[in-house]
Ligand binder design. Structure first.
Ligand SMILES: Nc1ncnc2c1ncn2[C@@H]1O[C@H](COP(=O)(O)OP(=O)(O)OP(=O)(O)O)[C@@H](O)[C@H]1O
Ligand SMILES: [Mg+2]
Length: 459
């Protein structure tokens, strides 16, 4: 059997996947925060420089606005050499004063504070800040806006550097986690390898319980295997016992047949030869019976193993009546009066062929052991939730002390002139088990004979 997957690889896979997913989420969050932080810092400088320019806006004598750009205000922005800075100053709506006329001006206002936005200028992404102020002549105040913009190279570089460092940290973390998982899984699996070795070293017929100490998660599995081994041991014992008995049961009649054959070769008269042949024939009949019963038992075992036994609802009255009818000639030949009672259909869940075998065994016993002149009755009666199948005779019956013994396999009475295997009643009992029925044995109506009762659940 090849293992479909490795526990170690599976654990590693899921742990790494989950770490990676969490890591990517954390990374995205870090990046977002890095961009935000660098924006806040740079925006503050942008606003400062706009304010420094605004402070230099004055109203000239002719009422127009004039500004003397303080270059330090722009220099404080160009901390990163690659970034370029732009500005413009506008007077009352529409009146451009100085700077880059194409630079976008932000329309929205936020009281005295500067407003910020991302935009682009000369095909380069920029960050724009617009500040609204007014210059006063003492008589009237003239509104103006100062707009300062800066390319975003430095900001982007900063955010990217933060992202890169975080990604590096994350990769180291994932690699570390992988190593830790690898080591801990190896340590955790060690008891399983020991268990495998312990089982592997066993001899094939050693079915003793596994006593290896294992992790608590594996203990139920070991318990199940142990339980299974106990059942296997029992089944093997039963099988050994059964085959031993079965071969013994067959060997006896075969030995008799050989003896009789040897005797027949030495017979001096026809009469003697006929007597020997008769004994041989009886032994063959016995062997035949044993074989038939053994085969039937194997069939029942197979049916029990095949759990999906086709047990549909059947009319027990009809089947019992039919089988009884079939057995009447045999019964008459043995001088037995075989009768049937039951006129209402009674349905039970069972398999007709096996019910036939059950009935043949019970009626066969009554015919074989009740003695000439006896009466045998097959009876079907339905109660509230059960259907009873009875086979009653008025022969010698079975002593109360032997009632349990006759249910054992190969157990027979003292009358061994009748060919039999001692498997009839065990077979009846096994068929009963298949269909949730129960077999009871007891004395017949007036304390005489045997009454076998099979109780089925009503459908
Ligand atoms: N109706 C009966 N009256 C008297 N004794 C019975 C009756 N039925 C069974 N027995 C006794 O119980 C024993 C066991 O019966 P069982 O049917 O199990 O085996 P068997 O008849 O000996 O062999 P087989 O396997 O061929 O049926 C019989 O040998 C017989 O002694
Ligand atoms: Mg029998």
């Amino acid at each position: 059997m090849t293992s479909a997957y490795s526990l170690r690889r599976r654990l590693l896979f899921w742990l790494l996947i989950s770490t990676a997913v969490l890591g990517v989420v954390a990374l995205a969050d870090t990046y977002r925060e890095a961009v935000q932080t660098s924006n806040i810092v740079s925006d503050r400088v942008l606003a400062g420089s706009a304010l420094a320019i605004a402070e230099r806006v004055v109203v000239a004598e002719d009422g127009s606005l004039q500004v003397d750009i303080p270059y330090v205000a722009l220099e404080m922005l160009t901390s990163a050499a690659q970034d370029r800075v732009f500005y413009r100053v506008d007077g009352p709506p529409g009146a451009f004063i100085t700077g880059y006329q194409a630079l976008p001006v932000l329309k929205e206002t936020q009281g005295d504070n500067a407003v910020f936005a991302d935009d682009s200028f000369r095909n380069e992404p920029i960050r724009v800040a617009t500040l609204r102020r007014s210059a006063s002549t003492g008589i009237r105040s003239v509104p103006f806006t100062v707009t300062v913009a800066e390319t975003t190279i430095a900001r982007r570089q900063l955010a990217r550097a933060i992202l890169l460092r975080s990604a590096l940290r994350l990769s180291v973390m994932i690699a570390g986690a992988a190593v830790i998982v690898w080591i801990s899984v190896t340590v955790a699996l060690r008891p399983l390898y020991k268990l495998r070795d312990a089982i592997g070293e066993r001899s094939p017929d050693d079915l003793h319980p596994i006593e290896q100490s294992v992790p608590s998660e594996v203990q139920p599995l070991v318990d199940t295997v142990n339980g299974f081994m106990v059942r296997l041991e029992q089944a093997l014992d039963a099988l050994r016992n059964f085959t031993g008995n079965a071969s013994h049961q067959l060997r006896t009649p075969l030995a008799i047949i050989r003896t009789q054959l040897a005797l027949s070769s030495r017979a001096t008269s026809l009469q003697e030869a006929q007597a020997v042949a008769l004994k041989g024939d009886q032994a063959v009949a016995h062997a035949e019976r044993v074989l038939a019963q053994l085969l039937l038992m194997a069939k029942i075992d197979a049916a029990a193993a095949r759990e999906a036994l086709t047990a549909s609802a059947i009319d027990l009255t009809a089947i019992a009546q039919e089988i009884t009818g079939e057995l009447i000639p045999t019964a008459s030949a043995a001088g037995i009066d075989l009768g049937f009672e039951g006129d209402r259909p009674e349905h039970v869940r069972a398999e007709p062929l096996l019910i036939g075998e059950l009935l043949r065994n019970l009626v066969g016993n009554a015919i074989a052991y009740a003695g000439t002149g006896a009466e045998v009755t097959v009876r079907i009666s339905g109660a509230q939730d059960a259907v009873r199948l009875e086979v009653e005779d008025n022969g010698p019956g079975i002593a109360a002390t032997r009632l349990d013994a006759v249910r054992q396999r190969f157990s027979r009475g003292t009358d061994t002139t009748t060919p039999g295997a001692g498997l009839g009643l065990p077979i009846v009992e096994e068929i009963c088990e298949l269909f949730n029925a129960r077999l009871d044995l007891g004395a017949g109506g007036d304390g005489r004979g045997l009454k076998a009762v099979v109780r089925f659940e009503k459908v």
